[in-house]
Design a protein around this ligand. Structure first.
Ligand code: SAM
Length: 286
């Protein structure tokens, strides 16, 4: 295929297919030629691997994944891109394009159907309107995958890679650290996209942990505690948890103290292990 990062090539494809960008679907396509090979190489697109891609656009990253991995399954919501992909991916027989919303796609079934005997990785330039929900969906689906390598908005990347116990930490950060070891790989300027977004971006990789970072008796309850803790950013842990979990404040304070923490501690000061400790204590009291 001709160079899909060349603006004239893309414009010609769009004209022939009558395609116009959808802002609502987060369509900012990569036009910097150095980015996609790097995502593919750092994202485990290699022999012995099947790669799931989310959001193909015109297939610029899909091409780089298909060159390197044994198989690629790419999920794209916009049906207008399907005839374009038939053209831009014509030379590959190892790519399956699935025209669907990734949030409604059973990715365990996709893996089962397409990647028998292969290790699996996820690579994507994510649509920014739905970054955190997609990452949480991937992690909570407990897919048998090695890594998730994604381009996200720069601030989102910094927050996702922040350490629990630091100021930038939120509920999604804690969840990411529970399931994976996040790493910020490299920054990408806004000029690398067409159309250029208003923000810079970065590529992060989440290396999936097996088992998760801390051991908890009841994972659902643990995540209720984590989400509840960060539900009211200005409140301390005791106040946030008592209102979000409809629990008596003294009971929550007892659990926090039994976990060896100060009753005035703030949610962003807790490590993952301390969240696990509070969750274990609280589950015996409410
Ligand atoms: N991979 C291409 C690139 O790097 O140039 C396109 C990336 S663009 C930021 C995001 C892509 O995700 C768009 O093609 C958009 O149509 C698609 N998309 C948006 N929401 C989606 C969803 N819920 N499920 C699957 N694809 C989605």
């Amino acid at each position: 295929m001709e160079n899909l990062t060349n603006i004239n090539v893309i414009k010609d494809i769009f004209e022939r297919h009558g395609f116009t960008f959808s802002k609502a679907l987060g369509q900012n396509f990569i036009i910097n030629p150095s980015i996609c090979p790097k995502i593919a190489e750092l994202g485990n697109a290699k022999k012995g691997f099947g790669v799931i891609e989310i959001g193909t656009g015109v297939g610029v990253l899909t091409n780089e994944l298909a060159k390197r991995a044994d198989k690629v399954a790419a999920v794209e919501i916009d049906s207008r891109l399907i005839p374009i992909l038939q053209e831009t991916l014509a030379e590959y027989d190892n790519v399956t394009v699935i025209n669907a919303d990734v949030m409604k796609t059973d990715l365990n079934a996709v893996i089962e159907e397409n990647f028998k005997g292969l290790e699996v990785a996820v690579c994507a330039n994510l649509p920014y309107y739905i970054t955190s929900p997609i990452i949480m969906y991937l992690l909570e689906s407990r897919l048998p995958i090695k890594s998730i390598t994604v381009m996200v908005q720069k601030e989102a990347g910094v927050r996702l890679c922040a350490k629990p116990g630091s100021r930038e930490c939120g509920a999604v950060t804690a969840a990411v650290h529970y399931y994976a070891e996040p790493k910020l790989l490299f920054n990408v300027s806004r000029g690398s996209f067409m159309p250029a977004p208003n923000v810079d971006s970065c590529v992060i990789r989440l290396d999936i942990r097996d088992p998760p970072a801390v051991s908890v008796t009841d994972e659902k309850f643990f995540f209720r505690v984590v989400r509840g803790a960060f539900s009211q950013r200005r409140k301390n842990l005791a106040n946030s948890l008592s209102s979000s979990m409809s629990a008596d404040k003294q009971t929550v304070i007892s659990a926090i103290k039994a976990a060896g923490l100060s009753e005035n501690i703030r949610p962003e000061q807790l490590t993952l292990q301390q969240f696990a400790d509070v969750s274990e204590q609280l589950s015996t009291l409410i």
